[in-house]
Ligand binder design. Sequence first.
Ligand code: ZN
Length: 72
Amino acid sequence: MSPAPAPRLDERCPRCGGGFHCGAQDQRCDCFDMKLSEDLRQRLGQQYSGCLCLACLRTLSAEDQPAVKPDL
Ligand SMILES: [Zn+2]
């Protein structure tokens, strides 16, 4: 019996309900690499009590970008 190598999905994203693991308590989280604006971080902090999964952070980060296409 070998231990399952699957990462522990011990958190639940409050936005999409998906399981994920936030590495913030391990001093290393994928969200550290996300370029979230200070404004977006604050809004997320007010809206949600915990961390969001990376998929949601990506979506929100993309939505947070100015809706201006550089090639238009
Ligand atoms: Zn999510």
